[in-house]
Design a protein around this ligand. Sequence first.
Ligand SMILES: *[C@@H]1O[C@H](CO)[C@@H](O)[C@H](O)[C@H]1NC(C)=O
Ligand SMILES: *[C@@H]1O[C@H](CO)[C@@H](O)[C@H](O)[C@H]1NC(C)=O
Ligand SMILES: *[C@@H]1O[C@H](CO)[C@@H](O)[C@H](O)[C@H]1NC(C)=O
Ligand SMILES: *[C@@H]1O[C@H](CO)[C@@H](O)[C@H](O)[C@H]1NC(C)=O
Ligand SMILES: *[C@@H]1O[C@H](CO)[C@@H](O)[C@H](O)[C@H]1NC(C)=O
Ligand SMILES: *[C@@H]1O[C@H](CO)[C@@H](O)[C@H](O)[C@H]1NC(C)=O
Ligand SMILES: *[C@@H]1O[C@H](CO)[C@@H](O)[C@H](O)[C@H]1NC(C)=O
Ligand SMILES: *[C@@H]1O[C@H](CO)[C@@H](O)[C@H](O)[C@H]1NC(C)=O
Ligand SMILES: *[C@@H]1O[C@H](CO)[C@@H](O)[C@H](O)[C@H]1NC(C)=O
Length: 510
Amino acid sequence: MYRATQLLTAATLLGATTAYNQRRYIDNSSGTPEVIIPGASSYNGLNLVPQMGWNTWNAFGCDADEELLLSSARHLVDFGLRDLGYNIISLDDCWSIGRNSSGYLVESPIKFPSGMASVISRLHDMGFKFGIYSSAGTFTCARYPGSLGYETQDAELWASWGVDYLKYDNCFNQGQSGTPKISYDRYNVMSQALNKTNREIIYAMCNWGNDDPYDWAYLIANSGRMSGDIYDSFNRPDDRCPCTEAPGCAWPGFHCSIMNILNKMPSITSRTMSGYFNDMDGLEVGNGGQDDNEYVTHFSMWAMNSSPLMIGTNIDTLSPQNLAILSNPAVIALNQDPSAGAAIRKWRYFVDFDDYGQGEISLWTRVLDNGDTVIALLNAGNSSRTMNATMDDIFLDQRTAGAYKAPPELSETWDVYDLWANRMSNEEAQAILDGGGNATVSNATRTETYNATATSYADGLSNNVTALYGAHIGSIAPSGTFTAEIARHSVGVYRLRSQGSGSLRKRDEL
Ligand SMILES: *[C@@H]1O[C@H](CO)[C@@H](O)[C@H](O)[C@H]1NC(C)=O
Ligand SMILES: *[C@@H]1O[C@H](CO)[C@@H](O)[C@H](O)[C@H]1NC(C)=O
Ligand SMILES: *[C@@H]1O[C@H](CO)[C@@H](O)[C@H](O)[C@H]1NC(C)=O
Ligand SMILES: *[C@@H]1O[C@H](CO)[C@@H](O)[C@H](O)[C@H]1NC(C)=O
Ligand SMILES: *[C@@H]1O[C@H](CO)[C@@H](O)[C@H](O)[C@H]1NC(C)=O
Ligand SMILES: *[C@@H]1O[C@H](CO)[C@@H](O)[C@H](O)[C@H]1NC(C)=O
Ligand SMILES: *[C@@H]1O[C@H](CO)[C@@H](O)[C@H](O)[C@H]1NC(C)=O
Ligand SMILES: *[C@@H]1O[C@H](CO)[C@@H](O)[C@H](O)[C@H]1NC(C)=O
Ligand SMILES: *[C@@H]1O[C@H](CO)[C@@H](O)[C@H](O)[C@H]1NC(C)=O
């Protein structure tokens, strides 16, 4: 059932029927013929839903050591974040001092006095996976030794340490880029080296979308960055991030705003799939460059698009507002939905100007695994406004799919659930930060928290757990319009569940 849905989704995502027909083949081995679509599931069986965790770079840059990793891990547990799914501790650049005379990387004895293997083992004992960092170049971006030419040795060492995740950057690549094939070959060497270790290691490519990985990286990696580096601004343009579209971007750069990265996603929507996610880069929530509504928008749109959710702030000093954003299980459940798809931007209109240029509003939709549809009404204009989503727009694809009859969605009544309505209060979040807040209480009667370690999001969704569905705020009649007041630089995220319709029931009875 799940497999069938996944294949159907992938078939839809692949779009043009000719491309689809060329790519599929029939696997008859089980006796029940099945259409297999390459890339519809993970190349190495890992990362069927986007990875979640915490990464050191956005908040700490090079200043990461074992104390930071261990204390952040303790707080992720105490604040309930590990059990919401943030279960990877991802160490970024600047951890080594070079190679020893046998060519193996050596961790800094000042930053990691216990030794990397021992730190990793303690993190494992706390229920985390551990992520290491390197570059597919002669140096890392901060000019520490890179892995180009040392892939086998480095993969062996990391596997022997117990590494579970690799963020693999693109700096100092010696000019080995410029065509998809050249980049593919360079990144594939590490993919093969990781595979040969026989350890399950999630492979997170970080080549900034260079050479259009959208068509090839699913064959060798579990996620791929699709833009230059993020920075903590909602919409400030920056000359160092020159592209506004993902495909063909020759110089991805860095200092890309939330809106810049988000608006690069629509053209590559179909290239997100189970086992390979378009990585919009680590979260900036908590780092101080955006207001609460802007962080809600950032977090919501990363979740809508199945981007990896890697927290990138100082956990030890997390504010209650930011804990409440990162802890919203109804929004995380979108991200972790087995459909593993990205959102479609149905429309975008330009509106009033703000300090950085013309504002815009947009409608994003995505069909989820259980048949629900989620919509996001995004107001990136400079003032609050009433926004409308018509059923015609929400179900545009179903309407225009060339069907010989009207899509059933338009004649159904849809219940609307507001996924931010049960946001944890600041008082409750503060109590959790203070240690008395029962992050540990999580069951169906508690609507603000969830324990994904105990019950997967997929199971929670099947069981209609309240925490994953937000608050019921009304319904949309057949062919109706949904309207909501959306604040400046904010987003409304709503899950629509069909009440069914007469015609559907009739068909079921036949
Ligand atoms: C698949 O199996 C069915 C039933 O055994 C058989 O009739 C059919 O010819 C097979 N198709 C292919 C492509 O092998
Ligand atoms: C280099 O490091 C590797 C991996 O830690 C180790 O097995 C090897 O003994 C080291 N070689 C030398 C010469 O120190
Ligand atoms: C290695 O690759 C094979 C074939 O793609 C896959 O079946 C296997 O699970 C991979 N093993 C690991 C440890 O990644
Ligand atoms: C945009 O809104 C902000 C906050 O309300 C305000 O300070 C600013 O002056 C507005 N900018 C423009 C160009 O209207
Ligand atoms: C939404 O509909 C209302 C009522 O028709 C209208 O006043 C408003 O301008 C519409 N909003 C947008 C953004 O079009
Ligand atoms: C924590 O849970 C216990 C038992 O369910 C309850 O008595 C207590 O009031 C809760 N504390 C907070 C701060 O919510
Ligand atoms: C979540 O569930 C796991 C497994 O049952 C348990 O070990 C952990 O303590 C729970 N965490 C919270 C925050 O309740
Ligand atoms: C669920 O949480 C509520 C509120 O904290 C608590 O009173 C109740 O005992 C819990 N139920 C289960 C089955 O854990
Ligand atoms: C969950 O809710 C849906 C829609 O209301 C319903 O069809 C389904 O039976 C429910 N599942 C469970 C396990 O209660």
